[in-house]
Design a binder for this molecule. Structure first.
Ligand code: C2E
Ligand code: MG
Ligand code: MG
Ligand code: MG
Length: 284
């Protein structure tokens, strides 16, 4: 384990230190099964430009339908990371994201991007960038439209290798986004070297934006800094119109959140997009 990982309180998984190991093994084997039987699903949450109110893309989020007790995405991913399932799971998500983008193109939305969340351990796999590059070159119609989201904390596990992986992905034209910015141990000196195009400000800084003057200072400063460094800025977890208006006034580029739409299956998303299109037509 690297010094940085230890200093930051991050650690690798040691099954013998985990009192819930048995439960996790059951969950892990169910997950392996679900993956093999193609029983997992992706939901999609739209991302909107605050400049012209157009929808610019969607984020793919993992779901596990048909579970007796609903298993949140965070938990699915944690189990997958701890058991080595994250490698096939991320590959599955990437392939489904391409299918999703094809469906969006077919429905008349070729401008929309599809964002995919990438796990810490994916970045540490030697062959991950090459895998993504191969996948992209066999689907050239999606070039520049599949965005990879990585969290800052995920890079802190292994900064040198993560940065190498991100540079390699960026070099071949894959757009990168820094997720959950401001939620963990943000390193400003690290952020300046990232090849990303987009920064997503964590929901924890957005939730009380209308109530907390301090949060407004932090968010405004973050937006200004990110713009000066050449990043587009997305605010996560926007739940009401007041917050969206506030962010527009702060020159934030894009929003995501329940105010606009919740994550939903492709079929529902297509209906939502079509209603949204009708609204745009009426406004125009
Ligand atoms: P994230 O990438 O930061 O995704 C945003 C999370 O916030 C999603 O939770 C979304 O449903 C939720 N959210 C969106 N708008 C709002 C809002 O206005 N209010 C509130 N309270 N929540 C909102 P979800 O789907 O449960 O996913 C949680 C996390 O799990 C994600 O955070 C991401 O880190 C991870 N995740 C999800 N799908 C995948 C995946 O396919 N692969 C990997 N590696 N991680 C994934
Ligand atoms: Mg994300
Ligand atoms: Mg996030
Ligand atoms: Mg998150």
């Amino acid at each position: 384990e690297s010094d940085i990982a230890r200093d930051r309180g991050l650690a690798y998984y040691h099954p013998e230190q985990d009192s819930y190991s048995a439960d996790r093994l059951t969950l892990a084997s169910s997950l392996r099964d679900a993956l093999r039987k193609d029983e997992l699903a992706l939901f999609f949450q739209p991302k909107q430009s605050l400049v012209d109110e157009r929808i610019v893309g969607v984020e793919a989020l993992i779901r596990w339908p048909g579970r007796k007790t609903p298993t949140p995405a965070d938990q699915i991913i944690a189990v997958a990371e701890q058991t080595g399932l994250i490698k096939p799971l991320t590959r599955w998500v990437l392939e489904k994201a391409m299918v999703a983008r094809s469906e969006l193109v077919a429905a008349g939305y070729p401008q929309l991007s599809v964002s995919v969340n990438i796990s810490p351990n994916n970045l540490r796999e030697q062959e991950f960038p090459l895998f993504v590059q191969r996948l992209m070159s066999s689907h050239p119609q999606h070039t520049g439209k599949i965005i990879l989201e990585v969290t800052e904390t995920s890079m802190m596990l292994d900064p040198a290798n993560s940065l190498r992986a991100l540079r390699s992905l960026d070099y071949t034209g894959i757009p990168l986004s820094i997720d959950d910015f401001g939620s963990g141990y943000s390193s400003l000196s690290y952020i300046k070297r990232l090849p990303a195009r987009e920064i997503k400000i964590d929901r924890s800084l957005i939730t009380d934006l209308t109530l907390q003057a301090e949060d407004r200072v932090i968010v405004q400063t973050t937006i200004n800094m990110c713009h000066d460094l050449g990043y587009k800025v997305v605010a996560e977890g926007v739940e009401d119109a007041e917050t969206a208006e506030l962010l527009a006034g702060m020159d934030c580029d894009m929003i995501q959140g329940f105010h606009l739409a919740s994550p939903q299956p492709m079929e529902a998303l297509l209906k939502w997009l079509s209603r949204q299109g009708d609204r745009e037509q009426r406004r125009a």
